[in-house]
Design a binder for this molecule. Structure first.
Ligand code: NAP
Length: 256
């Protein structure tokens, strides 16, 4: 497949490498900023372009991998220059209909956290695929399967719900770990004493539902312990607020 990638950030960079490795021809990678191409390895045959006027029109697929807020604007640019291939974006939170000015469009969303500096194990990255026609869904599904066996057809609302769930399981969880680290620092205990518990937390939910894995004072309704914890956090009102809110949610979840 001939592919053009718009955006040379975390996702654009890794997709370019992976798709080329799977024998696709990356014709061009667009970025507004020439410096972005400096980190690209020499093995990447794609040409970096910084001008919309230089975008070739013969690609079968245009992958928009830019910041969510810029997807509509970039989609419009591709329409103006007259691309005919399938146009997709890689965002979990943006509706597929943002691309509806194109005749053939869809979604190519890799559900993982990417950083340019960290290699990607594509075989373990789930792909969420959608398209405005059955044939496009099939084409994108096949392309995603070249990279990963974990490929799903997911509609717009489901994908956006998955993105919300991903914020809970990844971003919020990581933030809570970070608050735990701060508490350890404030009370001068080494955070790494908690590492086995952190590992166990994530290993357990591979085997049982998180709801069934829940433990702790909030689940037990242990009010004296909860009060002791809140007293200990008396100088950290933001942490007290979160502690109360999450404890309430755990207690409520027990009966739902
Ligand atoms: N990173 C992740 O973990 C991840 C995972 C799954 C999906 N996604 C999705 O993939 C997409 C790209 O994310 P990313 O992490 O690769 O972002 P990123 O590293 O921040 O890169 C964003 C790219 O968008 C370009 N851009 C921003 N505004 C633009 C505009 N108005 N016109 C043209 N280009 C513009 C930037 O170009 P300049 O260099 O010129 O600023 C940059 O190359 C997003 O939709 C994101 O939601 C990200």
């Amino acid at each position: 497949m001939k592919i053009t990638i718009i955006g040379a950030g975390n996702v654009g960079y890794h997709l370019a490498l992976a798709l080329q490795q799977n024998k696709h021809q990356i014709l061009q990678i667009f970025s507004r900023n020439e410096n972005r191409f400096e980190v690209f390895p020499d093995t990447l045959a794609a040409k970096g372009v910084t001008s919309w006027a230089k975008i070739h029109l013969e690609s079968d697929l245009y992958i928009i991998a830019v910041s969510d807020q810029a997807i509509a604007e970039v989609s419009e640019k591709l329409k103006q220059i007259g691309v005919k291939g399938i146009v997709v974006h890689t965002s979990g939170a943006t509706s597929m209909e943002t691309l509806q000015q194109h005749q053939r469009y869809g979604i190519f969303y890799p559900l993982q956290s990417f950083s340019q500096s960290k290699a990607v194990d594509w075989k373990s990255v789930p792909f969420c695929i959608d398209g405005n026609e059955e044939a496009i869904k099939n084409e994108l599904y096949t392309l995603a399967q070249n990279l990963s066996p974990i490929t799903h057809l997911i509609n717009d609302q489901q994908r956006q719900a998955l993105h919300v769930a991903a914020v809970f399981v990844n971003n919020f969880t990581n933030h809570l770990l970070s608050l735990g680290e701060e508490i350890c620092r404030d009370f001068e205990v080494p955070f790494n004493i908690l590492q086995p518990l952190i590992r166990e937390t994530f290993e357990k939910v591979q085997l049982v539902s998180p709801k069934n894995a829940q433990t702790g004072p909030a689940l037990r309704g242990d009010k004296p312990t909860i009060q002791k914890h809140l007293d200990l956090l008396q100088n950290f009102p933001d942490k007290q607020v979160l502690y109360r809110l999450i404890s309430k949610s755990i207690a409520k979840g027990k009966n739902s």
